[in-house]
Ligand binder design. Sequence first.
Ligand code: SF4
Ligand code: SF4
Length: 681
Amino acid sequence: MNGIPPIHIMQPSAKGARRQFSEALLGPGSQTDLGYIKSRLREIRERSLSEQTSLAEQFKDSVNKYRGIDCLWARDAAEAVNHINGIVRGTSAILVNRSSSVVNELMPGLGRLGCRIVKPYYTELGFFENRIRDYWDLPDLLGKGLAGNFEVTSNESALPSLPHDGRTIKDCVALLGVSAASAEDGSTFFLQHSSNISKSLERAREIVLVVGLEKIVRCREDAVFQTRCMGIFGIESMLLNLKPEPGEGNGIDDLPDYLGRLDRAVHVILLDNGRSNILQSDLRDLLLCIGCKACVKQCPINHSMSRNSAIWSPKDHLSMFLLGENPFMDMCLHCQTCHVECPLSIDLPTLMWKAQAVYATKHGRTLRDRILGNAELLARVGAIAAPISNMVTEVNPGKIIVRVGLGLDSRRQLPDFHRETFKQWFAKRRVRSLKAADQPRVAYYVGCFANYYRPEVAKALVKVLKKNGIEVLVPSQKCCGMPMIANKNLRGFRKNAEYNIQSLAAQIDEGCDIVMGCPSCALMVKREYLSLCDSDAARLVSNHAYYVDEYLIRLKREGKLNIGMAKAVQSVFYHLPCHLRAQDGAGDSLELVRSIPGFSVKNVNANCCGMAGYHGYKKEHSDLAAEIGGKLFTEIKMAKVDRVITSCAACQLQIEAGTGIKASHPIQLLEEAYGLHEQPS
Ligand code: SF4
Ligand code: SF4
């Protein structure tokens, strides 16, 4: 066949947008079914990965049927850059699109060859930078019914020998990472938000299409769908990262005209660059990614990441780490927001943990990783030595030794240890309060923070459940493992997880449900144990585990919640912790607070507070933690409410440090409403 395989461009069409707007006006029922879109996308992506080798071969054969194009294979970035160097032939300017495979994987090598990189996208849309400064400012376009208006708007099956408008061909090569490619017929698809792709195709003297292996799907129909999904889910993210870099110039128009013999060749590079290895590894799900960048939308560290030449998303963050190019993996707060936003539900935070743990197995862990990763031991020692340990961590020279030794920020106040832990309190009390065998019972997974640092929260939980006729048991348990996995110790995490799973499963066999009061522990027990230590017992535990608010709301819906609460007129600022949001826990938590007579929730804030456990204490992260929390602090101060409520202990500490206002756990509100807080412990 003569010519080249079809190159399709998709972009928001005015007609589609009008239709979507009118549908949005007609009512919620007529809006796009995102559930269906996500499940079809999942099918396409799973098939793309399970048949990756054969699809790549088929795509190559389909492309090679055309005489006007050559298809090259690049095992790694160096090989790809070598191919491109052969194509560039003296032209120094390379036009690129925003594809991660081009910008992150190939640009550094091209830079070393002395090529000038031009990004027409930035020059067209750069004015947005003045308006959208921060991820918090992004509009919720998806929620406005705009999904689905991305149409195939042009088909460049034969590149014009001259631009349509009579303008000249420029002396440059366009290097474009494709959004999707069809194995069936060799066609490629791009999503463009401005006219960057069409201009590049129209005006560059040669064109190189970069096809990451995971971009190849079975057929055109699937490729159209995948590309459309990039637009649907990434529509807001396109407004970020638009700041032109110094020396960008005015894009294509600034480039010199091409005066040589016109030979508009098109080349295809099939790029592996580690993808085949990832496909065989534990990190395979990373390749499900379609590059929509929805995961950037609410990522708290997005705005703070340096991205001089690279573009950045949580997915890129991990991909670049795997390629040895990202030394900042420790910055991630594991807030789970990217996981929640991703249309394919790729669990990026867990994949990051896994990748870091594998790296640490080969290269070792620092002393600080080992100490902070053993948070339970640290707390146990601190509690035994309290109150002296509290003085040691706050007063010189002990303070200096602990903080400097662990690399913690000396400006941050560490939480106090308690001489009597919750479990010690409970052991004394339970002997006195043992009840009848037919009483409903729960097994309370306490977690380290409530046990050692905030026993008052754990006590409140026991008292409130007792008030509702529930007997509370505290089974044998170890730290949930989050500090371990967060400090690169996957083996230690699995050991603790297995211990807890067995212990909690035994309680379920005895007729108990599992209740937790810490959102992070709940996330581990309900979800991460399944994803990192899948077993029948882990599934059993996950199915019977409840965050305490969820458990109490279940009682309420069954008409069993004790409503004998005193009325106290109070306005509340509610901060939703990231790990509770990741479990869809916001609704129950808010309903519980609103169930208390006289309580009115004035403000709900769902932005990350920036703390992430010990993360915000670390010297190198402390300023960023404060910066991320800044918006929340301002909102709290402006709100002028009676109470600030949040379920997460780390959020409480961060709020208290940033505002000087004490924050309570919702269970403490109930304790007060039942009048239990005044009873002797
Ligand atoms: S877990 Fe949170 S901080 Fe980490 S990459 Fe995802 S959104 Fe960003
Ligand atoms: S990981 Fe990010 S870029 Fe990839 S599909 Fe999910 S949201 Fe989109």
